[in-house]
Design a binder for this molecule. Structure first.
Ligand SMILES: [Zn+2]
Length: 196
């Protein structure tokens, strides 16, 4: 994959052309995929206050006047990696450590139930800024757990990219068989060759 395309992975490009997660879960998926640890550190879309502000505004997760501090960036990144760890646990593993981190970060994150004129309800953050972002993302996680969709959100076995597993037997393990699947297989092949 060319660098130009790699830089678009997680936003414009999905590995293997797999469709993004349904409904609002897509936003949480994009959040987790705002960084892929196969790529250079400075490609992190929320890695600095300026980048985080731009990304969060584009996603309407903060108000136009909201400022993100270095501490805010650190909190968001910690949150992102903990949610990634939960999606790793979805393909087998222990979620306790990640849940612990999320519990610690969710202190100021409050949601309220908004009701519109037709009686439709929605969970809305009670505060702005990073508290509001954390609350909104946790609200999405909560909704996806209610619908059962969360259990299909998994992290690639190799690059930990978050993908939505639509397979019938929920057996997908790689973001794209053509990228990470083959790479992992090749590595196993070379390992085997070296040991024989
Ligand atoms: Zn991958």
């Amino acid at each position: 994959m060319e660098e130009h395309d790699k830089r678009r992975v997680g936003e414009q490009i999905e590995p293997g052309d797999r469709p993004k997660a349904p409904g609002r879960l897509e936003l949480l998926q994009r959040f987790v995929n705002s960084y892929n640890h196969d790529f250079p550190r400075d490609w992190d879309r929320i890695g600095t206050p300026e980048k985080a502000e731009a990304w969060l505004k584009e996603k309407r997760l903060v108000a136009p006047g909201d400022r993100i501090s270095d501490a805010g960036v650190a909190r968001l990144i910690e949150m992102r990696e903990a949610i990634r760890a939960l999606s790793i646990a979805n393909r087998g593993g222990s979620p306790e450590a990640a849940a612990d981190v999320i519990q610690g970060l969710s202190g100021g994150a409050q949601l309220r139930v908004a009701v519109d004129e037709t009686g439709r309800t929605a969970l809305e953050p009670a505060r702005g800024g990073v508290d509001g972002v954390v609350a909104t993302l946790l609200g999405i996680l909560h909704e996806a757990q209610l619908t059962g969709e969360w259990s299909r959100m998994k992290a690639c076995r190799h690059c930990e990219y978050a993908f939505f597993d639509r397979s019938k037997n929920r057996s997908a393990a790689w973001c794209a068989m053509s990228i990470c699947g083959n790479r992992t297989k090749n590595r196993a092949y070379y390992r085997r060759r070296r040991t024989t």
